[in-house]
Design a binder for this molecule. Structure first.
Ligand code: HEM
Length: 457
């Protein structure tokens, strides 16, 4: 159907632990790619570029702050008040993996979280897992090696747990910690109109999001962490993404999504300040589950197939009306001249009129999902494009791997998604094919020995 035009509708010092990711024995310290560790002292930005976040643990760089300026050499310390990979300026590539835990022993899960932490810390400072595998030619290398000598590439590794980590399908407590499950996870993800979800591509007990400015570096992180998990957790699904579809910092230019529109203009960004991020993004100690999860956030995932071929047949004015913004410059259609090239960041005026109707259509995407009509709720979007070959009709199988971080999905995600799938003009060109919700664990403290220390320790 063609849409009408009318408006009707580093710390470079990994402190602890020294256990190897493959076992309890001491692991060699990671060797930085291109001398990264020593360079950390010389090239530290420590918040100068990004601002807004005080140093963690005595003024050291936090997990959100880079320790080097060059995009490919940039490294983010793993330890901090919040995990890296959320407010971190969105990198170019994503590789996310969800896992099913295969053990019934909580100690084995703890051991995995320890091993993942050691390996993640080594990789996020530019090293290989277990150090360079040169010492013993007869040993199987601990690291798979595909980034040996590569720059760190801004890699971040973010770990979370899902509802099914706490309780099984019958609601039985799996590891004796179900009383620590926050209410939002316990309630689960509601069903939404029109969705066609593939169960095997949805949900999961554990999640790791690896982002980097080099796809192979992100792949390396997931591959090695998956290898470490063998016997304790098995891969459930993975997703590769390219071409970030959001900016999470005002230092970044707004990228475009596969419909060709600037995406991320009005995103929640790290420069919004600690107070706004505390309100919208981070789980607080007073929230349900906050005793063990304060400093974490909910990772909301929707894999959305985009019908590119149908979209590409729309007139430009129709595309504009559906989004509510100008395609070239990203300005809201309510500004006097959206094509002036100066108005991308001007607030949309939903009361403005044009040609006898609302300047921003009643069913335009930005009107439906705006905080303006959603009790001020904001989310930090951090999605990526995906392309997975073509379908039997010769159409490109592509879309948006939508990821948003929120403090409480019941207030600032589900109601907005519900409005979107029932009233947003954009929905005609979309199909939601997978869904997941995880709670990202709090940041790794200076003395923590595992991801999720407060939850599992
Ligand atoms: C393939 C699907 C989608 C496409 C192509 C898309 C595209 C866009 C575009 C072009 C913008 C305007 C630029 C900006 O402010 O970032 C935008 C804004 C936004 N989108 Fe989406 N989006 C999609 C899915 C979603 C979903 C699933 C949600 C969450 C339920 C969502 C929530 C938002 C929000 C909150 C804004 C900011 C609105 C504002 O404050 O002005 N989007 N989207």
């Amino acid at each position: 159907m063609t849409r009408r035009h009318e408006h009707d509708a580093s710390d470079a010092e990994p402190s602890t632990p020294q256990a190897s990711p493959d076992g309890p024995e001491a692991a060699p310290r990671s060797v930085g790619r291109r001398g990264l560790l020593s360079a950390a002292g010389a090239g530290i930005l420590a918040g100068g570029m990004l601002g807004g976040f005080g140093g963690f643990a005595g003024g050291r760089a936090s997990a959100e702050e880079p320790v080097m300026a060059d995009p490919l050499e940039r490294a983010y310390p793993l330890r901090g008040e919040h995990q890296q990979g959320i407010t971190t300026p969105a990198q170019d590539y994503l590789f996310t993996a969800a896992y099913d835990v295969t053990t019934t022993d909580l100690d084995e899960v703890r051991r995995l979280m320890q091993q993942w932490l050691v390996a993640a810390e080594q990789m996020s400072t530019g090293g290989l897992v277990g150090g360079e595998p040169l010492a013993n030619l007869q040993a199987v290398p601990r690291d798979t090696g595909e980034t040996w000598g590569y720059p760190t590439s801004s890699v971040t590794i973010t770990v979370g747990v899902g509802r099914s980590f706490f309780v099984d399908a019958e609601g039985e407590d799996r590891f004796g910690i179900a009383d620590r499950m926050p209410e939002a996870l316990a309630a689960g993800v509601p069903r939404f109109a029109g969705e066609a979800l593939q169960a095997e591509r949805s949900d999961g007990d554990l999640v790791i999001q690896a982002c980097a400015d080099d796809a192979q570096v992100a792949m390396h992180a997931i591959r090695n962490l998956t290898r470490i998990a063998v016997g304790t957790a098995a891969l459930r699904w993975t997703q590769m993404g390219y071409g970030r579809t959001s900016s999470t910092s005002t230092t970044q230019e707004t990228p475009r999504n596969l419909f060709g529109y600037k995406d991320g203009t009005n995103n929640l960004k790290q420069e919004d300040g600690a107070e706004e991020l505390a309100k919208q993004l981070w789980i607080s100690g007073e929230d349900s589950g906050g005793a063990h999860l304060a400093g974490g956030s909910y990772m909301m995932i929707r894999k959305i197939r985009m019908n590119l071929e149908t979209w590409d047949r729309l007139r430009l004015v129709e595309q504009h009306d559906i989004i509510g913004r100008d395609k070239r410059f990203g300005a809201p259609l309510s500004t006097a001249d959206p094509t002036s090239g100066t108005d991308e960041f001007i607030d949309p005026d939903f009361a403005a009129t044009a040609d006898g109707g609302p300047a921003i259509a009643r069913d335009a995407h930005i009107r439906i999902v705006s905080p303006h009509g959603n009790k001020g709720a904001r989310m930090l979007r951090r999605g990526y494009n995906f392309t997975e070959g073509s379908d039997s009709l010769g159409r490109i199988d592509a879309g948006l791997f939508f990821v948003a971080y929120v403090r409480d999905p019941r207030e600032s995600f589900f109601p907005i998604l519900d409005r979107m799938v029932t009233t947003d003009a954009l929905e005609e060109y979309l199909r939601h094919v997978a869904s997941a919700m995880f709670v990202v664990l709090p940041g790794v403290g200076a003395k923590d020995t595992m991801f999720g220390q407060a939850l599992l320790g």
